[in-house]
Design a protein around this ligand. Structure first.
Ligand code: HEC
Ligand code: HEC
Ligand code: HEC
Ligand code: HEC
Ligand code: HEC
Length: 460
């Protein structure tokens, strides 16, 4: 059974039945494993191999024969359950020729109406939804409305598909070469080389099950970032296990851009991870994602900087990793395993938070939701400020202002939009780093107002 089968049978009852069957098989195998393990006190899980897996085994179901509980958790990422601000929701839809999906997540363009104008003229203003589980990563990318307005490059695949084996095959063992080859293909071409969404082989070394990094964009990004922090000889091989528990996620949950005609996937970290450091990087190169349809401003778009905002948090400073909250340990019989049902920690506060925070579940949820509520209010204020600046630039344009007169205001527009986007494109609604988020929203409001005063000075 593959994750594809799970997805195809995506009626809820079918799914429950399948998961139930998987669970029964899983428990059977586990009982056997536990039985053996009693006699092998020192042994690790990797010793109980039912099948051989190697560096070409992409199918998670095959890995699942050796690690049924991990597979079960992974397969559960098809579940859709919402929380107050996050999670994901299965909204029914009529399948069309373009898009066979029968359920999709909530539209963020409907939830936050200002976003359509923030991104006017860009594909994101057409379709942008709440993220859902890893099981959907490939299909949601294939069928997003953004595919229908722009010819997307194969680069998109790097964070949505299990692309490791495809890269190794295309590059004949040279990961970087295979990476380049996939990036340069048109999306539909690249799609032919992959089969699954992100899976076991993308995070694990098959022989030892150790965590590993499989994406050249992160290998290069982390080097550039460490060099900017005064560590020019940084070697990823020396990363600690605790660091790896965040680095594997940092391969995808980060801001990125496509560099040059080959559409190389690059993380803009050469000046550091903070929002203003990434902005400075783009300001230096003059990079432009799109031109704003209303104001004519050369714009930047931010995507999911979870790793970057988390890195500014109290949790990161205290050594708490992504996996600590999103893949907490669960006890199964005598074993402790990492829960591979990656999802909102608020759906499992007991395992995700209470191991460290001795507070009742309701209190913890309220703690998070209070932060998120305040964050949402401030985000709306910042978005409104940026839209005010857009209104003013449009009015000045209509009144005949020249490009020279609009230059400073547009530059503030570009920056204000960058700051608000760095926060609204992040998926924790302010939880990962509340103070940093508030600071960035302050920067957005400030830049929007500076743009309005620049207009008053420059357009007379
Ligand atoms: C201290 C615990 C904690 C840590 C550490 C943490 N997160 Fe989160 N994360 C949360 C909480 C709480 C939410 C909000 C969930 C919600 O609103 O339902 C969240 C939300 C998310 C979401 C959106 C989930 C959804 O259901 O909408 C993503 C994606 C995410 N985190 C990724 C990461 C990544 C990647 C890292 C590491 C770079 C990380 N998180 C570190 C607790 C944590
Ligand atoms: C650096 C990694 C990375 C690259 C490259 C990438 N994505 Fe994603 N994508 C993610 C992550 C992480 C999420 C989940 C967080 C979120 O939704 O913001 C996501 C979510 C999505 C979603 C679901 C939410 C939404 O936006 O509607 C779609 C669709 C999507 N990406 C399409 C694309 C397309 C098209 C491309 C190529 C232009 C692309 N992605 C390139 C990492 C990436
Ligand atoms: C290869 C890229 C990749 C890696 C590695 C990756 N993610 Fe994701 N993640 C995605 C994409 C893409 C989505 C959005 C899928 C969709 O919406 O269809 C996503 C979605 C999520 C969600 C939202 C789930 C939900 O139910 O709403 C969470 C939480 C999350 N990832 C956390 C993590 C954590 C924690 C790690 C590291 C242990 C991690 N991810 C590693 C690409 C990745
Ligand atoms: C997005 C990255 C990611 C994916 C995909 C992933 N894992 Fe893991 N896995 C982790 C992390 C993080 C840990 C914790 C490792 C640590 O603490 O050293 C882990 C730990 C494990 C362990 C060690 C025991 C434990 O529970 O901590 C096994 C076995 C394992 N995973 C199997 C699998 C299998 C099988 C799949 C595919 C069905 C899979 N993993 C997919 C990130 C991932
Ligand atoms: C591995 C341990 C660990 C886990 C797991 C963990 N935390 Fe924390 N948390 C800490 C530490 C350490 C601090 C720093 C403050 C302190 O020393 O008490 C902290 C601080 C906080 C703060 C205050 C700082 C801030 O950013 O506002 C909140 C709120 C919080 N945690 C909520 C949560 C929630 C909710 C979860 C589960 C989703 C969670 N934590 C999971 C260890 C953890």
């Amino acid at each position: 059974m593959s994750i594809h089968d799970l997805k195809r049978g995506a009626t809820t009852t079918g799914l429950v039945a399948i998961l139930f069957a998987v669970a029964i098989v899983a428990f059977g195998v586990l009982a056997l494993l536990l039985n053996i393990s009693e006699r092998k006190a020192e042994s690790s899980l990797t010793h109980f191999r039912v099948v051989d897996i190697d560096d070409e085994t992409t199918d998670p179901a095959v890995w699942g024969q050796n690690f049924p509980l991990h597979y079960e958790g992974y397969a559960s990422t098809v579940d859709m359950e919402r929380t107050a601000y996050g999670g994901s929701e299965a909204l029914p839809r009529e399948p069309t020729e373009d898009d066979p999906r029968t359920v999709v997540s909530r539209s963020k363009l409907e939830l936050i109406p200002q976003l359509k104008r923030l991104w006017a003229g860009y594909a994101f203003a057409v379709d942008y939804r709440q993220a859902r589980g890893h099981a959907y990563a490939l299909e949601d990318q294939t069928f997003t409305g953004r595919q229908r307005v722009v010819q997307q490059p194969g680069t998109c695949m790097q964070c949505h598909a299990s692309s490791y084996v495809a890269m190794m095959k295309l590059g004949e063992g040279d990961l970087y070469k295979g990476f380049d080859m996939i990036n340069q293909k048109p999306y539909q071409e690249a799609l032919k080389h992959v089969e699954f969404p992100v899976t076991c082989i993308d995070c694990h070394e098959p022989e030892t099950m150790a965590l590993r990094i499989t994406r050249p964009s992160f290998m290069e990004g982390v080097k550039a970032w460490k060099a900017s922090q005064g560590e020019p000889d940084y070697d990823l091989a020396n990363a600690t296990r605790q660091e790896m528990r965040s680095f594997v996620c940092g391969q995808c949950h980060v801001e990125y851009y496509f560099s040059g005609p080959n559409k190389n996937l690059v993380f803009p970290w050469a000046k550091g991870l903070k929002a203003e450091e990434q902005l400075e990087y783009f300001e230096e190169s003059g990079f432009v994602d799109w031109t704003h349809a209303e104001t004519g401003t050369p714009m930047l778009k931010v995507q999911h900087p979870e790793f970057e905002l988390w890195s500014q948090s109290v949790h990161a400073a205290s050594g708490v990793s992504c996996a600590d909250c999103h893949m907490p340990y669960q006890r199964v019989g005598a074993k402790k395993i990492s829960n591979h049902h990656v999802r909102s920690p608020l759906l499992d506060v007991n395992a995700a938070c209470q191991t460290c925070h001795n507070r009742p579940e309701e209190a913890l949820i309220e703690w998070v939701e209070t932060t998120q509520g305040k964050h949402e209010e401030l985000t709306k204020a910042a978005l409104d400020a940026v839209l005010d600046l857009i209104d003013d630039i449009v009015a000045a344009k209509e009144a005949g202002a020249t490009d020279a007169q609009l230059e400073r205001a547009r530059s503030f527009h570009r920056k204000a939009s960058w700051y608000v986007d760095f926060v609204d494109a992040e998926n924790s609604t302010g939880f990962h780093a509340p103070q940093e988020g508030a600071r960035l929203l302050g920067e957005a409001i400030n830049h929007a107002r500076l743009g309005q005063s620049a207009l008053r000075e420059d357009v007379r």
